[in-house]
Design a protein around this ligand. Structure first.
Ligand code: SF4
Length: 307
């Protein structure tokens, strides 16, 4: 805890705008019941609407992430390095020590009321899952949706959890005044691969059911088939099944993306794979020898398959 405090203070010393107030840090609070095994670090956010750097190729300019870390614990999670910035590790700490921006809703209301805010679309689920397990307890994502809905501000959500259905009332109200999108990521419907690679997430078939209910309620919804894991979930019939299931539920297929292994995540994922399937581990070392991305032709084959 003292190290985390030091790190937060240090960020400010280095001239970077700190995301959290050092004085507002408290915890850890230990999870109980469904949250047992998790720890929560409460922080006071200095700002909640986060502007994506102009040079980023992301299709959105503003994001909100009310948590940091994610108990969904996907082995391949691209957001893991965000925890290292806090002095926590990108492995077990990312899965179990969740930073909670406890004042997120009140901060957002103040930022939305600022005359300088122009009402641009806001993306959620870009660095952590807004509907991970602790959202059942903190309800910060729900509070954020309510604030955006009242302002008539457009937003999109990316999640792996059907917990989003809890907030269907807010989503349908918000969708009357502004564009609202709820998307899922579904990389596989294969039970064995899902259990091994996304051990803290709800079953992907429950995500499909959520797509169906959202579509029935008139909410724009769909799923990204991502990440597709070579040798685990990339057989043409596996990928086609995912695409067909999403479409049959009334969702749009937003695309298909092969696994991307940025530094840090690469070491974490490959260490897990070396234990899970040593032969496949050797194959990945060859496939990803040139860097973080799978070869272009591989991605093209996946896209052709779902077309
Ligand atoms: S649900 Fe998303 S943010 Fe959470 S661990 Fe999985 S990939 Fe990472």
């Amino acid at each position: 805890m003292s190290e985390l405090r030091w790190r937060l203070a240090d960020d400010e010393r280095n001239g970077q705008p700190a995301l959290f107030s050092v004085d507002g840090l408290s915890g850890p609070e230990r999870g109980t019941g469904k949250l047992s095994g998790l720890e929560f670090l409460h922080v006071t956010a200095k700002r909640i609407l986060n502007e994506v750097p102009a040079q980023s190729r992301m299709p959105f300019r503003w994001t909100i992430n009310v948590y940091r870390g994610c108990s969904h614990s996907c082995k391949y999670c691209f957001a893991r390095p965000t925890h290292e910035y806090l002095g926590l590790n990108l492995g077990e700490d990312f899965d179990r020590k969740i930073v909670v921006k406890i004042n997120a809703v009140e901060k957002l209301r103040a930022e939305l009321a600022n005359p300088k805010w122009t009402g641009e679309a806001v993306a959620m689920g870009t660095n952590t899952d807004p509907y991970q397990r602790c959202e059942g307890k903190y309800r910060l994502t729900r509070g954020v949706l309510e604030a955006l809905a009242q302002r008539g501000n457009p937003f999109s959500i990316l999640t792996k959890s059907p917990l989003v259905l809890r907030d269907l009332d807010v989503l349908t109200t918000a969708a009357v005044r502004a564009e609202v999108t709820v998307n899922f990521s579904i990389g596989t419907l294969d039970e064995r691969v899902w259990r091994a690679t996304e051990p803290g997430t709800p079953n992907p078939r429950r995500r499909v059911e959520a797509i169906r209910q959202l579509a029935d309620a008139g909410i724009r919804t769909g799923a990204l088939i991502a990440p597709v894991l070579p040798g685990l979930s990339d057989r043409p019939e596996q990928v086609r099944e995912v695409a067909e299931t999403i479409r049959n539920a009334g969702g749009r297929v937003l695309g298909v993306l092969p696994l991307h292994l940025r530094p840090g995540v690469r070491e974490h994922f490959l260490a897990w794979l070396a234990e899970y399937d040593p032969a496949l581990h050797a194959d990945y070392l060859r496939r990803y020898a040139r860097g973080a991305y799978a070869p272009k032709a591989y991605g093209e084959r996946l896209r052709a398959n779902i077309r």
